[in-house]
Design a protein around this ligand. Structure first.
Ligand SMILES: NC(=O)c1ccc[n+]([C@@H]2O[C@H](COP(=O)([O-])OP(=O)(O)OC[C@H]3O[C@@H](n4cnc5c(N)ncnc54)[C@H](O)[C@@H]3O)[C@@H](O)[C@H]2O)c1
Length: 449
């Protein structure tokens, strides 16, 4: 099929590459001209395992092209995907500007039947809005070109995006048009081979499904972080509790890791946007409010532990920070807890030496050059001259450090483990003080200090 994709971010680029790989002719369009130039040269704007190979292969064979020309893309596509950003507006609701701009561009150019697919995460009712924008533009042009709008939310996980796209858990298609459903089913048939993954529903349910999925996952994280805080107060170890509850098949082990709070481009904005939508319709979503409040507090957790350990005297201290991306296997630092931590440390006059396997250039984009930030090229370099180590993202390379070397290197011999990846006893045996999340003794010990 001939496919056009608006937006070459995590979703658009991965979708475009995977659809090209499965035999379609794909044109990806973006308003960011420099991104398009780099993509045309084979330089990817994001880090995503396995993506580069697929992009290069399909560029070479001519099945994947990049352009800034929306008209060319609209003329090309039998199916036109909208995969542009829906960032939070000032009041927390989803900013629909980019989605509606694309709808308008489609209405201004469309000259034959096409299926317009909303892949961006959008509030309930957006498929109707997109349809009416296109319809209004067609009317203005005095043409009666047929089209359908389908809601097809994306569930890929950054860091696993290519795998998720090639082998999705489910493919949600929200549409009442038999014609559009048939086309989209055919497009996805290579990804739907070994069992039926397509879940057909109406547009509004499809739109809400995406928010419900992210809100559920965010709720699991905040719930576990709340438990970890209770564990600290009562002197229990949340890691034991995690094993105890995860073994119940009704609960399961996934997404019940305590930590430094969720970040990234999806959970924070989607929980907020769903809350806004609910309020607009007259419902007060109490769980969503609590999920967000717990998360905001949790993002300051490491800073609080550090501040208490140093009795508020952290000015002039040098902290090694391992891991900056909001989770491993991505370079994405949007809403990353590492940012809340660094900004709080800087405010108190501390200095950070950071290392992340992939997020160095993102760090530069967010913070530029500043005297209290050194971006290191390896994890050992970040430790040089540091007083303490803070683990913020559980990349595999951080899991088994040389404890003897850490004890010799860190001036204050203390580790703050934001992901509970280290064995507290082993760290303490090495003569290093240990702080984790919800591991029983930290708050009690601090209170008796
Ligand atoms: N990142 C994820 O893990 C993920 C997962 C599922 C769903 N989503 C949703 O998918 C959507 C896209 O997310 P993303 O992370 O890929 O965003 P992104 O910010 O990485 O990329 C969006 C791209 O759209 C481009 N763009 C903006 N306006 C445009 C226009 N008028 N025409 C063409 N291009 C335009 C931007 O320049 C940018 O390159 C969002 O709604 C997001 O919530 C994201």
């Amino acid at each position: 099929m001939r496919i056009s994709i608006f937006g070459t971010g995590y979703v658009g680029l991965v979708t475009g590459a995977c659809l090209a790989e499965s035999g379609n002719q794909v044109v990806c369009v973006d308003v960011d001209a420099s991104k398009v130039v780099r993509l045309t040269q084979g330089i990817l704007p994001i880090y995503e395992p396995g993506l580069e190979d697929i992009v290069h292969r399909n560029q070479l064979s001519g099945t994947l092209r990049f352009t800034t020309d929306a008209s060319e893309a609209i003329a090309h596509g039998d199916v036109i995907f909208i995969a542009v950003g829906t960032p939070p507006d000032e009041d927390g609701s989803a900013d629909m500007r980019h989605v509606l701009q694309v709808a308008s561009a489609i209405g201004a150019e469309l000259s034959r039947y096409a299926v317009v697919v909303n892949k961006s995460t959008v509030p309930v009712g957006t498929a109707e809005r997109v349809r009416s924008v296109i319809q209004a533009d067609l009317l203005q042009r005095g043409v009666s070109t047929e089209f359908d709008v389908v809601s097809n939310p994306e569930f890929l996980k950054e860091g696993d995006a290519v795998k998720d796209c090639m082998r999705p858990d489910r493919i949600v298609i929200g549409s009442m048009s038999a014609r559009a459903i048939e086309i989209i089913k055919k497009l996805y048939s290579p990804f739907n081979r070994n069992h039926e993954r397509i879940v057909l529903m109406d547009e509004r349910s499809a739109e809400l499904t995406k928010y419900a999925a992210n809100a559920m996952l965010a709720t699991k994280i905040s719930f576990m972080n709340e438990m970890s805080n209770i564990a600290e107060y009562v002197g229990a170890d949340i890691e034991m509790v995690r094993l105890g509850i995860g073994s119940d098949a009704r609960i399961g082990f996934s997404f019940i890791y305590p930590g430094v709070g969720y970040g990234g481009s999806c959970f924070p904005k989607d929980v907020q946007a769903l809350e806004k939508t609910a309020r607009q319709y007259g419902y007060i979503p109490q769980i969503l409010q609590a999920v967000e409040a717990v998360n905001s507090a949790q993002k300051m957790k490491m800073f609080e532990l550090i501040n208490r350990h140093y009795h508020g005297k952290i000015r002039g201290k040098t902290f090694a920070v391992w891991g900056l991306s909001f989770k491993p296997n991505t370079d994405d630092m949007r809403e990353a807890p590492s940012r809340s931590l660094m900004e709080a440390l800087w405010k108190q006059g501390a200095v950070v030496q950071v290392f992340d396997p992939e997020a160095a250039s993102e760090t530069g984009k967010h913070y530029g050059d500043r005297s209290d930030l050194t971006v290191c090229s390896d994890q050992q370099a970040a430790l040089k001259g540091a007083d303490a180590l803070i683990l913020m993202t559980e990349w595999k390379c951080f899991w088994s450090p040389d404890l003897k070397m850490l004890a010799e290197t860190l001036h204050d011999k203390v580790i703050f483990d934001g992901r509970n990846i280290y064995d507290p006893q082993a760290i303490e045996r090495a003569g290093i003080a240990y702080y984790g999340i919800g591991r029983g003794r930290s708050l009690l010990d601090l209170r008796s200090d």
